[in-house]
Ligand binder design. Structure first.
Ligand code: PEP
Ligand code: MN
Length: 358
């Protein structure tokens, strides 16, 4: 994909999108937009006009009349406006109403039929399209949706990282899964990635922290839900900030740059990286030695007809490694994940060697 980094990154290019989860009334839309515009740091006003609700009966958006309110937002504040589209008709209605940018929601990205329908409706149109990650941590599904939009001829595409459905309870509504956004960025260097800390956290209290994390990871923008009266919002009330809170969050952000020419910094960076490269080499050498020992133990077990999996030994190992990790100041979950992988590989090696000997 020949993508363009049409947003850039760093303080001068960063794209800040904000607005309510849903457009509810003309007053709510105009009032929120006016206060957001007054902050002077937001370029795009977002509002859901059709809301994808998990269960029927909730607030499903005001539909076409809300598009008229967004036109007024443009005229009065100069902000660009952005709407979620999930069908061909949504796209057509947004284009007719002069909506400036579109986004595809997480539920829609999960469905290639819907994304393709949107892509067909976008043929020959020049409008920026932002593609949210799918609900499940499936990088290919995300890439696939971006590819469909790209194939329709859309030049300005960005990905929106809003986190993934959590299979276990965490403090966040959605599991950030930063590594998936990083993987996407390393596949497509020119693709701008924007963070949506509102849907990621599900709680206004964590928006500042997650926004900073997104900046630290060199993301290209933020999409933050903001409502002039969040307590009475008809959807996602808990995660929407007031315009005042939004201003404070944006004021506190520390923008990072990708590099610095400072020779002293460059020297330190080079030395530390050399040391890291050295450690990684030693880690790999040790892992290779460990793999040979796994094969050796596999042969011995085969001779005595002993099972590969030794649960008691594995439990003892985990306990011992965790104790050691604690002493060394390493986080439990990191060490557990690491040894689960190492152990899985050891089991695979022993199984393979036993099959060969059979
Ligand atoms: C939204 O942006 O309001 C929305 C519905 O988000 P998501 O698709 O990320 O759930
Ligand atoms: Mn929302």
């Amino acid at each position: 994909m020949d993508l363009t980094n049409w947003i850039g990154c760093g303080p001068d290019n960063f794209l800040i999108i904000s607005g309510p989860c849903g457009a509810e009334t003309r007053e709510q839309v105009l009032n929120t937009a006016r206060q957001i515009a007054e902050i002077g740091k937001v370029q795009v006003f977002r509002a859901g006009v059709w809301k994808p609700r998990t269960r029927p009966g909730g607030f499903e958006g005001m539909g076409v009349p809300a598009l008229q309110w967004l036109k007024e937002v443009k005229d009065r504040t100069g902000l660009k406006v952005m709407v979620e589209v999930a069908t061909q008709i949504h796209v057509e209605q947004c284009l007719e109403s002069g909506v400036d940018m579109l986004w595809i929601g997480a539920r829609t990205t999960s469905n290639p039929f819907s994304v393709q329908e949107i892509a067909w409706a976008l043929k020959g149109v020049d409008i920026p399209v932002l593609v949210k990650n799918p609900l499940n941590p499936d990088l290919n599904l995300w890439v696939g949706a971006i590819e469909r939009i790209h194939k329709a001829g859309i030049k300005k595409i960005a990905a929106v990282h809003r986190g993934f459905f959590p299979f276990e309870k965490t403090r966040f509504r959605n599991n950030p899964g930063w590594e998936i956004a990083i993987e996407l960025k390393s596949m497509f260097h020119e693709l701008p990635v924007i963070c949506d800390p509102s849907h990621m956290s599900g709680d206004a209290a964590w928006i500042g922290e997650l926004s900073q994390k997104a900046l630290d990871l060199n993301m290209n923008g933020l999409m933050i839900e903001c409502h002039f009266d969040p307590v009475h919002a008809l959807c996602d009330a808990k995660q929407q900030v007031t315009p005042k809170q939004l201003g404070e969050i944006l004021d506190h952000l520390k923008y990072r740059v990708e590099n610095s020419d400072d020779p002293q910094f460059q020297d330190i960076l080079r030395d530390v990286r050399n040391e890291i490269d050295d450690i990684d080499t030693r880690l790999l050498e040790l892992l290779s030695r460990r793999a040979k020992l796994s094969e050796k133990i596999g042969i011995e077990k085969f001779k005595k007809n002993i099972s590969v999996l030794q649960l008691k030994r594995w439990e003892k190992m985990q306990k011992n490694r965790l104790e050691l990790a604690k002493k060394l100041g390493l986080p439990d979950d990191f060490v557990m994940n690491l040894f689960q992988l190492v152990h899985k590989e050891s089991i695979a090696l022993q199984t393979r060697i036993m099959a060969q000997l059979r």
